[in-house]
Ligand binder design. Structure first.
Ligand code: NDP
Ligand SMILES: O=C(O)C1=N[C@H](C(=O)O)C[C@H](O)C1
Length: 268
């Protein structure tokens, strides 16, 4: 199989930099382009500069030119940016890996629609460990389906703009599905004042924001007399970037379809 040529969106962002570093190291992946919003100070500089490598690939500000130069665009930006890049990938017939979180229902529908024309991996967390936790949660929810209250607790850095995290929401969805519930119907996103007793069959979410926390997630199953906690802690963003490289390679030569990291890792 020939190398997959990737374009990195949001090249100067926290994930963009990590993705460039990973793409430069990953066998079977070639960094074809890197781009960011017009006006971003890094536009016009070498994409490898922050990783201390001269690549000859300059950070551009024209998404169309960058996406056209690649087989696959990897996007960790913001929903509004990702949807513009998605439209370009559709028009140009390019594959796309989407790590951005915080989409509304219309955004998710646009991604599903694009998956009917181009190959797309869309996942709230590309780390192998988190995807293993999704499977562990299915087992835990099945065994602890009676008499245990489910709470999802997540912590992230002060710069994160969406809450709860995409990963926390997916954890809630995994548990809700296993328990035969709809997350939309049973999620509680905050408590304040006289809340009354906790209702059985709800799934609660708690969000912590502070400092430089990369990303911690815990699902708590709280019973009478015992508690079970399943926790994942990120110490670096590199596992997200390496997972994204696996996702890009998974899409190489593949036809249209909407996939997630469970597909990429063969966990279905
Ligand atoms: N799926 C996963 O495994 C992971 C997902 N994420 C998600 O990835 C996303 C990015 O996170 P992070 O790297 O920390 O964020 P940053 O804010 O550090 O980077 C975002 C980048 O996207 C650019 N950008 C912002 N808005 C737009 C837009 N409208 N159009 C085009 N580009 C835009 C920013 O440019 P500028 O600086 O000019 O605003 C910046 O370069 C978030 O949604 C986060 O939740 C993060 C880690 C792992
Ligand atoms: O914004 C982040 O940093 C992260 N976002 C993703 C999410 O919302 O789940 C993944 C990871 O937790 C880091």
């Amino acid at each position: 199989m020939s190398d997959i040529r990737v374009a990195i969106a949001g090249a100067s962002g926290r994930m963009g930099r990590m993705l460039i570093e990973a793409a430069l190291k990953e066998e079977g992946v070639v960094l074809a382009a890197a781009f960011d919003r017009p006006g971003t100070p890094f536009v016009g500089r070498d994409a490898g500069e922050m990783a201390g490598v001269a690549t000859g690939v300059m950070i551009g500000d024209d998404a169309r030119v960058a996406i056209a130069a690649a087989d696959c665009v990897i996007d960790f930006t913001r929903p509004e940016g990702t949807l513009v890049h998605l439209a370009l990938a559709r028009e140009l017939g390019r594959a796309m890996v989407i790590g951005t979180t915080g989409f509304d229902a219309a955004g998710k529908a646009a991604i599903a629609q694009a998956g009917r024309e181009i190959p797309v991996v869309f996942a709230p967390n590309m780390a192998v460990g988190v995807n293993a936790v999704f499977r562990l949660l299915e087992v835990a929810a099945r065994i602890l389906s009676e008499g245990y209250d489910v709470e999802v607790i997540e912590a992230h850095h002060r710069f994160k703009v969406d809450a709860p995290s995409g990963t926390a929401l997916r954890m809630g969805e995994v548990v809700a599905r296993e328990l035969g519930r709809s997350l939309d119907a049973c999620a509680i996103y905050g408590r304040e004042g006289h809340t009354g007793e906790r209702k059985a069959d709800t799934i609660g979410f708690s969000t912590i924001r502070g400092g430089d926390v990369v990303g911690d997630h815990t699902v708590l199953f709280a019973g009478i007399g015992e508690r079970i906690e399943i926790t994942h802690k990120s110490g670096s963003r590199m596992p997200y970037a390496l997972g994204s490289m696996r996702a890009a390679k998974y899409l190489a030569g593949r036809g249209e379809g909407l996939f997630d990291m469970q597909d990429v890792l063969g966990l279905r």
